[in-house]
Design a protein around this ligand. Structure first.
Ligand code: CTP
Length: 396
């Protein structure tokens, strides 16, 4: 999380400057203090006033601006920052950073910064592909700059190719990944399942549930930000895969069973956050069409219990966590599952509670282990994820 982090947002000259305003807004929304430095040319595309309104700080353009709240300007700004992100970074500032030039406030501050440095490049495709730019980027990589490559698309100059600045949301996520969390799960391998499963009735229809995958994806995102090596085995969802997370796509419970059990032995922690459909049709599709033709009802069988299988076969030291969605007797039923499936912890949701369960961005959960039960107040799914990971870490 970026709450309380100090971020310098550098804005250089490119039409994608308009996206920098969205980025500034996003960082402020996440609780960061944002100080914007623009190049003189960038002010042709967007005014400093826009950033001042969004960040509530004076936007710096001129190195010799005396009307500025931090007294020693570029040096104290550099010391103040947890990260500097230049978005967009045009070919000119990339060249200046690579050669250590310091002829304006942005390049001077960059030279004085020893915090995390990120640049999100944006320029015409030919300028980007030019060996001079590629050489400069290679130099910056060796100096521990994080480079967010431009994406392909149709550019404002009329060309089609690589050159558009990455979306503000993705740049903010990148920052969050780099400075938002302590890397206390470094080197830990964590497998998380998320989303629903689908059991086909025929080529058109299926049995499934209302899971959107948000809780599992939040866990994957936070675990990855905390340094874990995360594999996300996902049922069908519309969510995008968090940064540096390996996603394995699955559809049915059988697929999920296969993909999870194949990787189980390598994991330090496994969290089954998927809402696995409990039943699937007993027959093959063709038989069903005959059966459903007026005469007979649908026959179902239980899907394989993935979590129970993991609990029966887990290697020593591996931590296992499940979820339990209940409409009644939440604690009692969840404790039963903890025992039956041989888990270290089960996360219980009461589906009848407002702000909990499927589709929402918040959750209300009780974390249950053999020794203790802890009910968390309503909070975002990412905050819930943080609490769950804190507790699971204690079992390692
Ligand atoms: N689970 C699983 N495989 C299944 C069904 C569930 O791995 N076939 C996992 C879920 O991912 C969850 C936990 O088991 O982490 C509890 O799921 P839940 O559906 O609440 O429990 P069930 O054991 O299926 O019991 P019931 O449906 O009777 O409540």
């Amino acid at each position: 999380m970026l709450k309380g982090k100090h971020i310098i947002l550098g804005v250089s000259s490119s039409i994608s400057c308009y996206k920098s305003a969205v980025l500034a807004r996003e960082l402020v929304k996440q609780g960061a203090e944002v100080q914007v430095i623009m190049t003189e040319n960038a002010t042709q595309f967007i005014t400093p006033f826009t950033f001042e309104q969004l960040t509530k700080h004076k936007c710096i353009v001129d190195t010799f601006d005396h009307n500025y709240e931090i007294s020693v300007k570029h040096i104290s700004m550099a010391d103040w920052a947890d990260a500097i992100v230049v978005a967009p970074a045009d070919a000119n500032v990339v060249a200046k950073f690579a050669h250590g030039l310091a002829d304006d406030m942005l390049s001077t501050t960059m030279l004085a910064c020893d915090c995390t440095k990120i640049i999100a490049t944006a320029m015409n495709t030919k300028m980007y592909e030019n060996p001079a730019t590629q050489y400069n980027l290679a130099v910056l990589r060796t100096r521990n700059f994080y480079i967010i490559e431009p994406v392909e698309g149709s550019l404002a100059c009329g060309a089609v190719g690589k050159g558009k600045m990455e979306e503000p949301q993705t740049i903010a996520e990148y920052l969050d990944y780099l400075i938002g969390q302590e890397k206390d799960l470094n080197g830990k391998r964590i497998l998380i399942t998320a989303g629903p499963t689908r059991e086909s009735l025929d080529p058109v229809r299926f049995i499934s549930n209302h899971s959107t995958g948000k809780m599992g994806y939040a866990l994957a995102k936070v675990a990855s930000q905390r340094g874990a090596d995360v594999t996300l085995v996902s049922g069908p969802t519309s969510l995008s895969v968090p940064l540096h997370v390996k996603r394995v796509d699955t559809v049915s419970a059988e697929d999920m069973f296969r993909e999870v059990t194949a990787r189980a032995d390598e994991q330090d922690i496994i969290i089954m956050a998927a809402a696995v459909a409990d039943y699937r049709p007993k027959y093959v599709a063709d038989e069903k069409i005959k059966k459903m033709d007026g005469s007979s009802s649908l026959e179902l069988e239980r899907t394989k219990d993935i979590l129970k299988t993991l609990g029966q076969n887990r290697k020593s030291g591996q931590v296992l966590c499940g979820f339990s969605m209940e409409t009644e007797n939440m604690l009692e039923n969840s404790r039963g599952k903890l025992e039956r499936k041989n888990l270290d912890m089960i996360i219980a949701n009461n589906l009848k509670q407002e702000g909990a369960g499927f589709g929402t961005n918040t959750n209300v959960v009780t974390m249950i282990s053999k020794e203790k039960e802890e009910e968390l107040p309503m909070m975002s799914k990412e905050e819930v994820a943080s609490h769950i990971l804190d507790r699971l870490k204690e079992f390692l």
